[in-house]
Design a protein around this ligand. Structure first.
Ligand code: PEP
Length: 251
């Protein structure tokens, strides 16, 4: 049985004080062992202080990105071991904003996944199509290509630390959430692909999250789907009560 996982991707939002207030608010509304898991992904400078506060209520912290190298002359970059040394236990890799704005290729994302696993981090691997790809009827082909390259050298054992987030790009930050049934169709395709690439056990155990304009009032529709194991949430995760509302919707 897969436990639902709700992830907060704060992107480039929230000061340290905002982040601390968020956790204080969660504490005050009695965040106590819900039936689902939660992870918060703040900006890099907030990771260390928030990992200390998050530990008090059982919410791990993750990075929103990492560099594929271990160390060296890469000004402005952060490695897996640096994230871990600051208390992060998770990292998001391949978010569409990294792919589209920062030009990250499928091959680079594959290297970042290897780096994250070497640093013992849990990975949220994001995949998903642009609107034109969907309109051309090529979504499954596109997602399959992302997965095939991103997970090319990953072993079944490595998959223990990898969660997949299916995020149709046209649904991110637009308010145009995918219908749960449409997301389920692609996520069922992803699970079948995992079975073919790895085995039935891995396909059964791997969590697949939906991402794209999730809110407290639409989460239960996704959680009711057989192949949707939680959500990666942007805008609606910035406010503690809204994030808690999404967690409660699956608990
Ligand atoms: C995201 O950035 O991964 C995301 C899903 O954002 P939003 O929830 O705002 O659509």
């Amino acid at each position: 049985m897969r436990r639902q996982l709700i992830c907060a991707n704060w992107k480039m939002n929230h000061s340290l004080q905002d982040g601390m207030d968020f956790f204080l608010k969660l504490e005050s509304i009695d965040y106590n062992n819900p039936q689902s898991d939660a992870v918060v992904f703040p900006a890099f400078p907030l990771i260390q202080p928030l990992s200390t506060i998050g530990a008090k209520i059982g919410i791990p912290i993750g990075g929103q990105n990492l560099n594929e190298n271990e160390s060296g002359a890469y000004t402005g970059e952060v490695s897996a071991s640096m994230l871990a040394s600051c208390g992060a236990s998770w990292v998001i890799i391949g978010h569409s904003e990294r792919r589209d704005i920062f030009g990250e290729s499928n091959e680079l994302i594959a290297k970042k996944i290897i780096a994250a696993l070497s640093g013992n981090l849990n990975v949220i691997l994001c995949v998903g199509e642009h609107l034109e790809t969907r309109e051309d009827g090529k979504t499954t082909e596109f997602v399959q290509n992302q997965l095939a390259i991103n997970l090319d050298s990953i072993s079944p054992d490595d998959m223990e630390k990898i969660t997949i987030a299916y995020e149709p790009i046209w649904a991110i930050g637009t308010g145009l959430a995918s219908k749960p049934e449409d997301a389920e169709e692609i996520m069922s395709f992803i699970r079948n692909w995992l079975e073919e690439k790895f085995n039935t056990d891995i396909a059964d155990k791997t969590r697949i999250l939906y991402g794209g304009s999730v809110k407290p009032d639409n989460m239960s529709g996704y959680a009711a789907m057989k192949n949707i194991d939680g959500a990666l949430v942007g805008g609606a995760s910035l406010d503690a009560e809204s994030f808690w509302g999404i967690i409660k919707a699956v608990s």
